[in-house]
Design a protein around this ligand. Structure first.
Ligand code: PMP
Length: 427
């Protein structure tokens, strides 16, 4: 596909923006291409600066579960913008969204809105440390919780894609308060807890790890973590920034029947506008300023445009049959991709929970970051490039999840599977 305009924009961007992108995961560096610059998007389709059209499975990295420029969400934003774009003062919209979020996650008695998933996880950690008066946290290899200092240790997403185990700029004195264990390895967690329990404030995890592809929790893993936290006075922080309202209306916690003490949200609850949220038990949330001493704040927190877009998105997700449709289309896509790989004789392992999926180029199964790393990233890069040339936009890394939206039609799914057959020939 002709991409001269994108290339031109990329060259211009590189002069004034580091790497030409405002978030490293957008660079196509790991797949040996230059990124596409996007002109607009509608439904399941992304249209680049050269006018090429792609069936999009990135969905802005998760938020666009209703599809791009959904008329109801656009209208909600338009209406809100007409009343002023930010006041720095409370609004009824914030209460509406907080009530809906708390209703969806019964363990969330109170919630505070922020402007990104990074802020949500960073603030939840600070709160957990303040509440327990302990310093250490435990996270899992390949899980990403945003780019706050304590969380950039053995992280997933771009950190995994570009092979950066520890980011320069994070003092070792901070990083030593972050313990890491392999995802799904309860024995290792138990050993770490035994050693550090006196100073361990919280365990934080993605309940389904989506920043190293798509790794579901093994049976007993989440409940095992819950038990350990209860036994040793640590908080369980469930980061549902990606999975919240994605794998079920009540997120992975609804799906697997486990409850965090604190929950992080983002992406979908902002309907494509910048948003994050963290919430949980009232006795913990009360420790936040202005009621308590744990400080956290934000000029644009609870922004009326973001709240309005989020309310419109959640209303769409409460409609009858929505999650059934996502499940059906996603199952079809996963099966088609699996068959395409088999037909081409390419070892592949398709992992999926609801409308989150990843096609690992290896026999699998993938249960941890070490497993994920064993994928053939060269085959992935070829597959990615061929899919793009066949009009399908996937995340430009083996270590990211793909997302199906409500706007993906059965024809989109069929065309994607046909593209996969073509893309895997000779890969
Ligand atoms: N937590 C999880 C689970 C995420 O997937 C992400 C972003 N992909 C974040 C936190 C950080 O969110 P943001 O990019 O909005 O800061």
């Amino acid at each position: 596909m002709p991409c001269s305009r994108s290339l031109e924009l990329f060259q211009r961007a590189n002069r004034v923006i580091p790497g030409g992108v405002n978030s490293p995961v957008r660079a196509f560096k790991a797949v040996g291409r230059h990124p596409l610059f996007i002109d607009r998007a509608e439904g399941s389709t992304l249209i680049d600066a050269d006018g090429n059209r792609y069936i999009d499975y990135v969905g802005s990295w998760g938020p666009m579960i209703a599809g791009h420029s959904h008329p109801k969400i656009v209208e909600a934003i338009r209406k809100a913008a007409g009343r002023g774009t930010s006041y720095g003062a409370p609004t009824a919209l914030e209460i509406d969204l907080a009530e809906q979020v708390c209703a969806a996650f019964p363990n969330m008695e109170q919630v505070r809105m922020v402007s990104s998933g990074t802020e949500a996880a960073m603030s939840a950690i600070r709160l957990a440390r303040g509440f327990t008066a302990r310093n250490k946290i435990l996270k899992f290899e390949g899980c990403y919780h945003g780019h706050a200092d304590s969380l950039l240790v053995e992280a997933g997403s771009g950190v995994a894609t570009f092979g950066i185990p520890a980011s320069p700029g994070v003092p070792a004195d901070f990083a030593r308060h972050t313990l890491t264990a392999p995802f799904n390895d309860l024995d290792r967690v138990k050993a770490l807890v035994e050693e550090h329990k006196a100073d361990l404030a919280a365990i934080i995890l993605e309940p389904i790890a989506g920043n190293m592809g798509c790794v579901p929790p093994q049976p007993g893993f989440l409940s095992g973590l819950r038990d350990l936290c209860d036994r040793h006075g640590m908080l369980l922080i469930v980061d549902e920034v990606m999975t919240g309202f994605r794998v079920a209306y009540g997120g992975a916690q609804q799906l697997y029947g486990v409850k965090g003490d604190l929950v992080c949200l983002g992406k979908i609850i902002g309907g494509g506008m910048p948003v994050g949220a963290f919430g949980g038990r009232r006795d913990i949330m009360r420790q936040l300023a202005p009621e308590g001493g744990v400080y956290q704040a934000g000029t644009l927190s609870g922004n009326p445009l973001a709240m309005s877009a989020g309310l419109a998105a959640l209303a769409l997700l409460r409609e009858e049959g929505v999650y059934e449709q996502l499940e059906e289309r996603s199952a079809c896509l996963a099966e088609g991709l699996r068959q395409a790989a088999t037909a081409a004789g390419v070892p592949a392992c398709l992992q999926r929970v609801g409308s989150m999926f990843c096609c690992y180029f290896q026999a699998g199964p993938v249960r941890s970051f070490a497993d994920a790393r064993a994928s053939d990233t060269r085959v992935f890069a070829t597959f990615f490039g061929n899919m793009l040339d066949n009009g399908v936009n996937l995340a430009p890394s083996q270590f990211e999840a793909g997302f199906v939206s409500l706007a993906h039609t059965p024809e989109d799914i069929d065309r994607t599977i046909e593209a996969a057959h073509r893309s895997l020939q000779g890969a």
